[in-house]
Design a protein around this ligand. Structure first.
Ligand SMILES: C[S@@+](CC[C@H](N)C(=O)[O-])C[C@H]1O[C@@H](n2cnc3c(N)ncnc32)[C@H](O)[C@@H]1O
Length: 217
């Protein structure tokens, strides 16, 4: 990670009020694909990591039983809570949680994990830890939209700020999901540096989703 968790949190809290107005077409395309692929049933619980101001969490809430939105930036989550109130969405919970420690009760069933434009702040070994943690929730599906390289990194191109961002290659992310027992069922190339990866759990979910053992530390 090129900045500490605290530095990232402060950076995002500072720009939280303007965050929603500053997004690119590729960001919107990516977010829209994450929402479409997440496709929760009405009794599903969704965990959205790096939830920010709630782009994904608030879009999924009307279709899910509950959405747990986790982020490290109080300022970003304040915006998210405000928008949830405005829209009358009572089934979204914004609370502090870091990718590798999402602060979800070990007996809380999670059906789908989502994350959009956030995991690239972590170094590759930290991303692997985060993906291991996503898998340990027992979720049947993980949908990740993020800055990720299909080709050689180009620090001069958009989406990639070398001083704060640390994107992986798409191959590294796909491998991390398959290593955790997931099949990667879709990879969408939104841009040379923006990918949506859809991972579905292989085999019997019940075996891996021993909540207490998989996640309690
Ligand atoms: C570019 S914003 C994306 C927010 C939202 N997912 C969206 O699609 O608009 C990145 C978010 O990731 C959060 N973040 C950065 N590092 C994190 C970490 N280690 N754990 C959890 N969230 C993190 C930031 O606070 C910020 O809200």
């Amino acid at each position: 990670m090129k900045k500490t968790v605290e530095e990232h949190a402060a950076r995002f809290s500072e720009k939280a009020a303007e965050y929603d107005d500053s997004k690119s077409d590729e960001y919107h395309a990516c977010a829209s694909l994450v929402v479409d692929y997440a496709d929760p049933d009405s009794d599903d619980v969704v965990l959205d990591l790096g939830a920010g101001t709630g782009a994904i969490a608030l879009a999924l809430a009307p279709h899910a039983e509950r959405v747990l939105a986790r982020d490290i930036s109080e300022g970003m989550m304040e915006e998210g809570r405000r928008k949830a109130d405005e829209r009358g969405l009572a089934n979204v919970e914004f609370a502090y949680g870091e990718f590798r420690e999402p602060e979800v009760d070990s007996d809380q069933p999670i059906d789908i994990v989502t994350s959009n434009f956030a995991l690239h702040h972590l170094a590759d070994d930290e991303k692997r830890e985060a993906i291991r943690e996503m898998a340990a929730t027992g979720a049947r599906r993980i949908v990740l939209g993020d800055v990720a390289f299909f080709e050689e990194p180009d620090p001069d191109a958009p989406f990639y700020g070398p001083e704060v961002d640390d994107p992986a290659t798409v191959g590294t992310l796909v491998e991390a999901f398959t290593d955790e027992g997931f099949a990667v069922t879709a990879v969408e190339r939104v841009h040379d540096q923006v990918a949506v990866i859809v991972a579905e759990r292989l085999g019997d979910r019940g075996e891996d989703a021993e909540r207490g053992t998989a996640r309690s530390r």
